[in-house]
Ligand binder design. Structure first.
Ligand code: PMP
Length: 397
């Protein structure tokens, strides 16, 4: 295979999508109207695939904090944290995060992807073992691979399978890093964290939980807090790009080794630090998560409402009600047509196709926001019903 020939498959797929005039991976929000609406293809569209769980992207407190930071500190830091890119507010955000999670220390990264890449590839290396949930995010897989540790997958959300794999490692189990997520981004199910913590304790392993989709969602701090097992979790990673409505990532831990991980982590050392406005809006968003639990309550009302409506319509959904609601489709082609139909009816969701999905499923992935109105939730469900009817009519004709 030549250097470039491996792209032929991608090219063929792109040409096919261009031919049928649908590109689910090139959607443009021509005008952003609010946390839950944008103009797409010239049409006002309800956004049901943004991960904007608490709707904070348009929160007045977050926006005003960002504006003040812009005026006072400028548009960017133009440097990495180790060089000229550490402002007092980066340290303040790290203190905020450590306090928020009740941990000794926090490190802020420029994205959630970089947080996983930086922590995993520094914490583990050749000769180490990582046992991770098979459905973990790409950033976790890439971080593990970059460090060069041996990677063993256990069956998704199966603490028994985790125990089996740790047992097989013998003495090495005590030196193993176990990695799971809070809420899984594709099917919206949560890890059985109490069981996983019990297993990791039995074998003396370390545990890292990525709370990207569960922080501010399952509780203020995420699944570990909601499950009452924070003391059993050694590292928590996460992102500012979901419930906190910005961009950036972090790791918190009580372990003193975190200080060394910071300076040894290439994903921290060799990239520009977060813009002052992002740091400021993230600090304000953390305050919102802390002080406005009603947002979380509204998010769950909306999530349960949409799940119940879609279930009532007879769709096959992910295993449990959650702000991530996966509508399972039999075939990628059908999923694509359904996704395009929803967009024509003014509803945007995420189309997720194999190989990016667990077990080769095709998914219409909805993410619900506290900012969705009851009418919008009803409209999203109604659009699903209408598109199914449209497609049944077309296939019968
Ligand atoms: N972890 C998980 C579980 C995610 O789903 C994502 C993003 N979808 C990330 C990490 C990466 O976060 P970010 O977008 O901040 O890079």
């Amino acid at each position: 295979m030549s250097l470039l020939s491996k792209f032929e498959t991608y090219d063929a797929r792109r040409r096919e999508l261009n031919r049928i005039g649908i590109n689910p991976f090139g959607v443009v929000q021509e005008r952003v109207l609010s946390a839950t609406e944008a103009v797409i293809n010239g049409r006002e569209t309800i956004l049901a695939g943004t991960n904007n769980y608490l709707g904070l992207t348009f929160d007045p407190d977050c926006i005003s904090a960002a504006k003040i930071a812009l005026d006072e500190q400028g548009t960017g830091t133009t440097g990495s944290r180790m060089a000229n890119g550490t402002f007092a507010e980066h340290l303040a955000l790290e203190r905020d995060l450590a306090e928020f999670f009740g941990r000794r220390a926090a490190i802020v990264f420029s994205t959630g992807f970089l947080a996983n890449l930086g922590i995993l590839s520094t914490l583990t290396g050749r000769g180490d073992v990582i046992v991770l949930d098979a459905d973990c995010h790409a950033s976790i897989y890439d971080g593990c691979q970059l460090g060069g540790a041996e990677v063993i997958r256990f069956r998704h959300n199966d603490a028994g399978d985790l125990a089996k794999r740790l047992r097989r490692l013998g003495e090495r189990a005590a030196d193993t890093l176990v990695v799971v997520e809070g809420i899984y981004s594709m099917l919206g199910d949560s890890a059985p964290l109490a069981d996983i913590v019990a297993v990791k304790r039995e074998f003396g392993a370390l545990l890292l939980v990525d709370e990207a989709h569960s922080m501010g969602v399952l509780s203020a701090r995420g699944l570990a807090e909601a499950a009452g097992v924070e003391a059993g979790v050694d590292f928590i990673t996460g992102t500012f790009s979901k419930s906190l409505g910005a961009t950036g990532g972090f790791c918190v831990s009580d372990l003193p080794e975190l200080d060394s991980i910071r300076v040894a982590s290439r994903a921290y050392v060799f990239t520009a630090s977060l813009c002052p406005s992002v740091v400021a809006s993230t600090r304000a968003a953390l305050e919102c998560v802390r002080k406005r639990p009603h947002l979380r309550a509204q998010l769950w009302r909306n999530a349960r409402d949409l799940y119940a409506r879609l279930q009532g319509l007879g769709f096959t959904l992910g295993p449990e009600p959650s702000p991530v609601i996966a509508v399972l489709q039999a075939q990628p082609e059908g999923a694509l047509a359904f996704w395009a139909g929803l967009l024509e009816r003014g509803v945007y969701v995420n189309l997720v196709l194999p190989p990016a999905t667990p077990a080769g499923m095709s998914l219409l992935r909805c993410s619900v926001s506290a900012a969705h109105s009851e009418n919008q939730i009803a409209a999203i469900a109604a659009a699903f019903g209408a598109v199914r009817a449209d497609l049944e009519t077309t296939s019968a004709a």
